[in-house]
Design a protein around this ligand. Structure first.
Ligand SMILES: [Zn+2]
Length: 368
């Protein structure tokens, strides 16, 4: 079976592993989002990172799929090349996974400082050996695959970020617990691949916080989570959603944000295919992208901490900066992070800005 591509680009067999180098100039700078999109008010509270559902039971399950379909179509209309489920079926990117894991006590949450105490969160506790209760994201992954003919991406939390978002009362060792989670993530990732998902991305914002640990065991745990996958694998490392605690943290990081410098060499040596990073309006020195030689780089060209809609020129300029350090065939245009807490209309306009900016960058590259 071949997937017709609605943008008029080359069609490809469904589920084929495609890396950017297989594409010509006309398909340079593919577009995709980091992961999450805002939930409509008929599904959950709006404007929040940990929103409460506004439905229950069967109505909630239906609303999750309706919202997923809405965003699949809006991503297609905007012209994105790789389509996600917008994480509409999970309350939060970490806890959505944990809810299907045995050995975690959700009844007795405790307050914990997470991301090196950047903010406090009520987190569940690991109290027994970890096991999957069953599939985690089968329903929404199959739904995504059934409702778009474009390439699909599905996101999972990375093992290091998970261990930073739960309280450990059982393993007594972060690394051991991270590898236990990595095994469970791997089982889910292999099942997602079997369902026809093309790109499986692990979200590891913790890599930007625990820099030494990320390089010494974080990347190894990530590779364990991705073991045996033949689809495209990716990792997203950002400076967090555009919430106040993150904005304050970023303001404390100085003139140059060099956090990526420690983990990128380890990722360049790893088996992971793509790395998603923050670029637009960030103080990350662009030359750090050169440390990812050989990888596809998903360059964040859309700011998620600012509601102003990027112009095509701004997006194309950011792509242009990255092109000094990333070969064109390895550059994918992406958002800095998820768009979840933003107003829906802003998120939609930002998807369109992403696609228009990538198109302008393509014109510039061809013209030059
Ligand atoms: Zn992010």
């Amino acid at each position: 079976m071949r997937c017709p591509d609605l943008s008029g680009r080359r069609s490809l067999p469904c589920g084929t592993v495609i890396h950017n180098e297989e594409w010509g100039w006309e398909t340079m700078f593919q577009t995709t989002i980091a992961g999450s999109l805002p939930k409509p008010g008929w599904l959950a509270e709006t404007g929040k990172l940990w929103p409460r559902w506004t439905q229950e039971g069967a109505a909630l399950e239906q609303a999750k799929l309706d919202a997923t379909l809405l965003w699949i179509k809006l991503q297609e209309e905007a012209g994105l090349d790789v389509i996600g489920d917008g994480e509409q079926a999970r309350q939060h990117f970490v806890h959505g996974f944990l809810e299907q894991v045995e050995g975690i006590d959700f009844e007795h949450k405790v307050e914990m400082g997470i991301r090196n105490d950047r903010y406090k969160a009520m987190v569940p506790q690991v109290v027994a050996p970890l096991r999957l209760k069953g599939r985690v994201h089968a329903v929404e992954a199959q739904f995504l695959r059934a409702h778009t003919q474009r390439r699909t991406k599905f996101t999972l939390p990375g093992p290091m970020t998970i261990v930073d978002t739960v309280a450990d009362r059982f393993y007594g060792d972060r690394v051991k617990m991270a590898f236990a989670f990595a095994e469970l993530l791997n089982a889910e990732a292999l099942a997602l691949q079997a369902e026809g998902i093309d790109v499986i991305q692990f979200d590891e914002p913790a890599f930007n916080v625990y820099l030494e640990d990320a390089a010494t065991w974080g990347v190894a745990a990530l590779e364990r989570a991705a073991q045996g996958l033949t689809c495209t694998t990716a990792v997203h490392i950002c400076y967090g959603y555009g919430i106040q605690a993150n904005i304050d943290w970023k303001n404390s990081l100085g003139e140059q944000w060099r956090q990526y410098e420690q983990v990128f060499p380890a990722l360049a040596r790893s088996s992971i295919d793509q790395v998603s990073l923050e670029c637009m309006h960030s103080r990350v020195p662009a030359e750090l992208m050169a440390l990812l030689a050989g990888k596809d780089v998903m360059v964040g060209v859309i700011d998620v901490a600012n509601e102003a809609i990027e112009t095509p020129e701004e997006v194309a300029d950011t792509i242009g900066q990255a092109l000094q350090f990333v070969p064109a065939q390895h550059l994918i245009a992406c958002t800095n992070c998820g768009l979840a807490p933003m107003p829906r209309a802003v998120a939609q306009a930002k998807l369109e800005a992403l696609v228009r900016g990538a198109a302008l960058a393509r014109e510039r590259a061809q013209g030059g």
